[in-house]
Design a protein around this ligand. Sequence first.
Ligand code: ATP
Length: 356
Amino acid sequence: MSDLELAGVRKTFHTKGRPEVEAVRGFDLTVGGGELVGLLGPSGCGKSTTLRMIAGLEEVTGGDIRVGGRSLVGLPPQRRNVGVAFENYALYPPLTVAENLAFGLAARGIGRAERKARVADVAERIGITSILRQRPAGLSSGQKQRVALARAVVRAPDVLLLDEPLSHLDAAQRDVTRRELRRLQRELGYTTILVTHDQEEALSLADRVVVMNDGVVCQVGTPDEIYDDPASLFVARFVGEPAMNLLPGVADGEGGVRLSDAITVPAGVAAASGREVLLGVRPEDLAIAETGEVTAVAVVYEDLREYGLVTAELDGVGEKLVVQTEPGLPVRPGDRLPLVVGRSRLFDGETGERLR
Ligand code: ATP
């Protein structure tokens, strides 16, 4: 169990004839021994590049990467003791699953008996014992993904890097594998970074989540902190399904937001009067009541069994919003729904900065 530290890590790609790309622009993070950190962000934000720099598959342009206090910068991948499971598996086709797992262990001076024991143990834990003698070509994508994971784990790495490890599994498999992965990671105590663009995966698996955008870290926090207390408009928009409602308005200087001439709702944050703001309210923080602070006119009601979702238009404002309700409500298009606004967050309308 080693801790992993990234200090001011940067990566700039220079491709001849093309503008340079600043893929990672100063990444600071300390991952504690045995911790699982999820790297979450939209496509192209620099997640994989960060992972590849830790693995040694890309050199850093600047900054330092340390494991257990020792710098990895300049070391080739094979001297880093970092286990990597990539989305595209990178398995060796001519080798059986068992040989794929054992590959690399011999080069590390691990004897035959120990190699066999390790492969058998990891295969058992990951549930691939029955396919150890098969070759990758005959495996389903879910099986290949498990083999890639087993191969990363079998080396008993200081740090385990997982790049979209569940992306090729169907929904049912993904659920099971996600739970297994978490159990395995806890059991073996690996310091782990998981890259994903799937927020549900990051929020359900990780001890802490790093939200990235455009090469920078936007927020680091526990899943609850990221969901409940987004540090910026970007995080508020990116995390949460269905997304947070963001209602444009003007601060009244007294802790309220004017959504229209006639409608002011309390925001609990006294932004300067006249400042353009966005009031963020999650769908579950809006409640249909006898009398409300605002009235919305229902457009669509979806019954999702565990809960219902009303898409509605704010009366007198025109903004659309989504309200989470109990399931099976008899809501019809055109129904007028008085809404009580519960917990809200406030963001600057121009910069997206969180106002507190
Ligand atoms: P995805 O989820 O789509 O994999 P990502 O967040 O992992 O995205 P990266 O793959 O790290 O993003 O890419 C970050 C930026 O760096 C992108 O603009 C990408 O085009 C660029 N990039 C990545 N690898 C290279 C490379 N070898 N040469 C030039 N540009 C690159």
